[in-house]
Design a protein. Structure first.
Lengths: 259, 384
């Protein structure tokens, strides 16, 4: 089974700040990590490869330093890394990103399965996985918490829901997005780290993947971020105690002040 | 201090650090409380290739030297030397095979240990054979194509958890030190059982049991090396493994400096953090000095040992004594800096102090190490 895993390099959530001038995420001097959901996507792909054979390719769109997360995926068992990187991609929203990744996946050739993390912890949109599937014209299942059976042509899985889970069978080629419950990502192995050191990451630019300049980057993005601001701090809170009647009385007094 | 490690050595440190921070530290208190063997964590260490560090590449390992294993053990020891002892004892258990075993024996056992699929254990100590290994009572007699083992080993780390045991037994009592041989005994061999887990002061995540041999019959090819070479293999094994115990001392030392210093910065008494008082600063300074001096000796000794020098026993004993005496002292100091909180189980230094004690006892007491160093000095100066 040939699997493509999409990963994103994101700022470490423990260290996120907004640039007050531009209202965008301040990336200078912020530690970058592999998006945590994507670590679970890589782990699931490597487990499927160990079970069924085949190859795991990790794919990322981002600046040159995003090679680090591709190397990390290789140290955890992926076979090769592909970085799609071009200044022309800058400012891409989820639509333009899905289009660009779809172009890169087509360039890579045939695949049976694409696995993405449920969402990235910086943008939190959860749109790129489904967007990529739509661009490629393949089915997708989001929030997969367990793969029950995986064969070359069909996968039976559990999709996490608010009130339990659905059991879904879907034909390959197929795209899945996974939640953290699906597995526990492994620690990179020593042999994996040595392999990652030696493995050269393939880098594609916009021309290499045959992307239409009008559909990539800021120009290809229908979403424009008008304003970004930290949420206002929550007001003062108080917990009412006593019997229901006593609490109602206290509440009435509190509201009365504003009438 | 920067010890100018190689890129590969830094990789080993990173992997061991990640396992320590993410898997050992969050679980160590519970493992200690419940006397629980950390099988899952050890399996993860196997997957990360840590068990392969001391095993040559042709047997599925990394082919690392003494310093490589020291670096891994130092990190693991920073988390919990109970867990780290289970790991180290597996390496100890395969050293006799690595040092004196046949090619077939290496092919059979080393790849599974390198992958973390099988654990090993080393069986030397008996009720009447501790520091004095000549007191060994366990015997092995050849009967046709089989060795028959009888006797009881005591306080064997990884007992009941390992699948491969390397055992010292007397094959010819009349020949004294040349009458001992080493054997591979496997889990499930007829006549071989393990006793119940011992209840210990510290390193409670590790399993310690008796190994009982009652007419235990094993094939003739389980003999490690030649008959009568058991003590030579034992001495070479311990020379190779002692720096690893020193590394556990470094791990505890580092953890104690980290815990005590962090606490001293937060703890307010007399309206100031207690680290602003010289009485506390001097304790912390002495802890840091002893730790760094020990680390410098252990790393240097490990590099020296990788060159297989003639004075290997002396150097390996020196680093074991210094780093483990340091660990005991520094862990006592850490408890002192933290006062009543340090004595409570809610804080990790209480466990570190209990754990540290074993480092001065096992793999040769620090008194025996000083004997080795003294005897080697005596020999060296006789030649001058």
């Amino acid at each position: 089974m040939n699997i493509v895993v999409c990963v994103k390099q994101v700022p470490d959530a423990k260290d996120v700040r907004l640039d007050p001038e531009t209202n965008t995420l301040a990336r200078e001097g912020v530690l970058s990590i592999m998006n945590p959901y994507d670590q679970h996507a890589v782990e699931e792909a490597v487990r499927l490869k160990e079970q069924l054979g085949g190859e795991v390719t990790v794919l990322s769109m981002g600046p040159p330093q995003a090679q680090d997360v591709l190397k990390q995926a290789i140290s955890c068992g992926a076979d090769r890394g592909v970085l799609v990187s071009d200044r022309a991609f800058a400012g891409a929203d989820t639509w333009a990103t899905s289009y660009t990744l779809a172009k890169a996946v087509k360039k890579l050739g045939s695949f049976d399965l694409i696995i993405c993390g449920k969402q990235a912890i910086d943008g939190d949109t959860a749109q790129v996985g489904p967007g990529l599937a739509v661009q490629l014209g393949i089915p997708f299942v989001t929030c997969v918490q367990k793969i029950r059976e995986a064969g070359e042509t069909e996968i039976i899985m559990e999709r996490m829901m608010d009130d339990g889970y659905d059991v879904i069978a879907a034909e390959c080629p197929l795209l899945l997005t996974v939640v953290k419950d699906i597995n526990e990502p492994r620690v990179p192995s020593l042999k994996g780290k040595l392999k990652a050191k030696k493995t050269e990451i393939m880098v594609f630019n916009a021309e290499d993947v045959g992307a239409d300049p009008a559909k990539i980057g800021l120009a290809g993005s229908p979403t424009q971020v008008v304003d970004v601001f930290p949420p206002p701090p929550r007001g003062e809170r108080a917990l009412l105690t006593g019997s229901i009647d006593e609490q109602v009385e206290q509440l009435v007094h509190k509201i009365a002040v504003y009438l | 201090m920067d010890y100018f490690l190689t890129e590969e050595q830094n990789m080993i440190v990173e992997i061991a650090r990640q396992i320590t921070d993410e898997q050992i530290i969050p679980n160590r208190a519970e493992l200690d409380e419940k006397d629980e063997f950390p099988r899952k964590i050890l399996e993860n260490m196997g997957q990360a290739d840590l068990f392969g560090v001391p095993i040559p590449e042709e047997y599925g390992g990394f082919g690392g030297g003494c310093l490589d294993i020291v670096l891994a053990l130092e990190q693991l020891g920073r988390g919990c030397i109970g867990v780290a002892t289970a790991f180290a004892a597996s390496a100890l258990g395969i050293y006799p095979i690595l040092i004196s075993g046949s090619e077939e024996m290496k092919q059979k056992h080393l790849p599974a240990v390198a992958a973390g699929q099988k654990f090993a254990a080393f069986g030397l100590t008996e009720a009447n054979a501790g520091s004095d290994a000549s007191g060994i009572q366990t015997t092995a007699e050849l009967d046709g194509n089989e060795w028959v083992l009888n006797g009881t080993k005591q306080w064997i780390t990884n007992g009941g958890e390992a699948q491969i045991y390397t055992i010292v037994a007397i094959t010819d009592r009349s020949r004294g030190a040349r009458g001992a041989s080493m054997f591979v005994v496997e889990e499930g061999d007829p006549g071989f059982t393990c006793g119940p887990k011992e209840r210990k002061m510290g390193i409670r995540a590790s399993s310690t049991t008796e190994l009982i041999f009652k007419d235990c019959r094993i094939p003739a090819d389980r003999l490690i090396g030649r008959k009568g070479t058991g003590f030579i293999t034992v001495m070479k094994t311990l020379d190779s493994s002692r720096p690893g115990i020193a590394a556990l001392g470094l791990g505890i030392g580092q953890a104690c400096v980290d815990e005590a210093t962090t606490y001293a910065k937060q703890r307010i008494q007399f309206d100031k953090p207690i680290i602003s008082f010289q009485a506390i600063q001097h304790i912390l300074a002495d802890m840091a000095i002893q730790l760094e001096a020990s680390r410098a000796l252990v790393y240097s000794a490990a590099k020296h040992i990788d060159a297989h020098p003639k004075d290997m026993s002396k150097v390996s004993s020196m680093c074991k004594v210094m780093a483990t005496d340091m660990a005991m002292k520094v862990s006592i100091d850490a408890v002192q800096v933290m006062g009543g909180y340090g004595y409570m189980r809610e804080y990790p230094v209480e466990k570190m102090m209990r754990d540290a004690k074993i480092l001065q006892i096992y793999e040769g007491t620090n008194q025996v190490q000083r004997n080795v160093i003294g005897q080697e000095l005596n020999k060296e100066y006789s030649r001058k």
